[in-house]
Design a protein around this ligand. Structure first.
Ligand SMILES: Nc1ncnc2c1ncn2[C@@H]1O[C@H](COP(=O)(O)OP(=O)(O)OP(=O)(O)O)[C@@H](O)[C@H]1O
Ligand SMILES: [Mg+2]
Length: 243
C-alpha cells in the first residue's frame, strides 16, 4: 500500500451500522442493527441459518441498500473502494484462473504488467500457482473458493468480508485459507467473516457478532463469548453446535 492508500484506509474506520434494517416486501429480514467495527479487528459473525448474516454482510459491503438506517465509514457515508468480499458460492468468469484474478485488478484500473504480477503473487499465497492456466469454471468448489480469495487478496483491501469461505472445503484446504486469513489480519487487514465453524471462529476471531432472527443480539470479545455468551439464544446455539 502506498501512503495515500494507507491514509485512505485509516479514514475508513470505524465501520458503523446505525439502526440498520432490510425488508423485502412484508418480510423484515434485518432490523435495528447497531454495530461498530474497528480498524484491524477480526470479527466472526455467527448465528443460525436464515438469521440474516449474509444480508448483513451485503449491507455492510454495499451490495444491498438498507431500507432503514445507514452504514458509515469513518463517520461518512462515502463507501471506500478498498473493500473486497467473498461469497458463499464463488462466481467464476469464463477465463483462466489467472485471468479471473487479473480481471478484478483490471476493473480497479491497475496496469496490465502490475496486475499480472500481483495476480501471480496472490495465487501463490493461496497455493494455486499450479492451476493458473486452467479454465476457472472447471475447478472444484473448494479450488474456486481459493481463486476467489486470491482475487480478493490481490486487491489489497483494507477490509475483507467473507461469507462462509470454507463451507465447501476439506480440512486441509480450510486450514490453508485460515492461515492466509491470519496472515492478512497480522498485516493489518480488517476482517469480517460469517462462519458456521465454531472452531474456526475460536481460532481466528477476536470478536463475535451473534445474529438471531434479524437482530444482532451480541457483540463480544471471542474469549468471553465462548466462555459465557450473554444471551440465552447464543448460549443455546453453542450448546447445539459444540460436540
Ligand atoms: N433479497 C431478498 N429478498 C427476500 N428475502 C431474502 C432476501 N435475501 C435474503 N432473504 C431471506 O432473509 C433471510 C435471511 O437470509 P440470509 O441469507 O441473510 O441468512 P443467513 O443468516 O446468511 O443464513 P445461512 O446460514 O443459511 O447462510 C432468509 O429467510 C432469506 O430467505
Ligand atoms: Mg448466509
Amino acid at each position: 500500500m502506498n501512503t495515500s492508500t494507507q491514509a485512505a484506509a485509516l479514514a475508513m474506520f470505524p465501520l458503523q451500522a446505525h439502526a440498520l434494517g432490510f425488508a423485502a416486501g412484508e418480510k423484515q429480514i434485518l432490523d435495528g442493527v447497531d454495530l461498530r467495527l474497528e480498524r484491524g479487528s477480526f470479527t466472526a459473525v455467527l448465528g443460525p441459518n436464515g438469521a440474516g448474516k449474509s444480508v448483513l454482510m451485503r449491507l455492510l459491503h454495499g451490495l444491498l441498500v438498507p431500507t432503514t438506517g445507514r452504514v458509515q465509514w469513518g463517520g461518512l457515508e462515502t463507501r471506500p473502494a478498498q473493500q473486497a468480499m467473498l461469497f458463499q458460492r464463488p462466481v467464476m468468469l469464463r477465463r483462466s484462473v489467472l485471468g479471473n484474478v487479473i480481471y478484478g485488478l483490471h476493473v480497479q484500473g491497475v496496469a496490465a504488467a502490475e496486475a499480472r504480477q500481483r495476480a501471480q503473487a496472490a495465487l501463490a499465497r493461496v497455493g494455486l500457482v499450479h492451476l493458473a492456466d486452467r479454465p476457472a469454471r472447471v475447478l472444484s468448489g473448494g479450488e474456486q473458493q481459493r481463486v476467489a480469495l486470491a482475487r480478493a487478496v490481490a486487491l489489497e483491501p483494507a477490509i475483507l468480508f467473507l461469507d462462509e469461505p470454507t463451507a465447501s472445503l476439506d480440512p486441509v484446504a480450510t486450514r490453508a485459507i485460515e492461515a492466509t486469513l491470519a496472515e492478512l489480519h497480522a498485516q493489518g487487514t480488517t476482517i469480517v467473516m460469517v462462519t458456521h465453524h465454531l472452531g474456526q471462529a475460536r481460532r481466528l476471531a477476536q470478536d463475535i457478532v451473534f445474529v438471531q432472527e434479524g437482530r444482532v443480539t451480541e457483540h463480544t470479545p471471542a474469549t468471553e463469548f465462548f466462555r459465557q455468551p450473554r444471551s440465552t439464544a447464543a448460549s443455546d446455539f453453542l450448546q447445539e453446535e459444540l460436540p
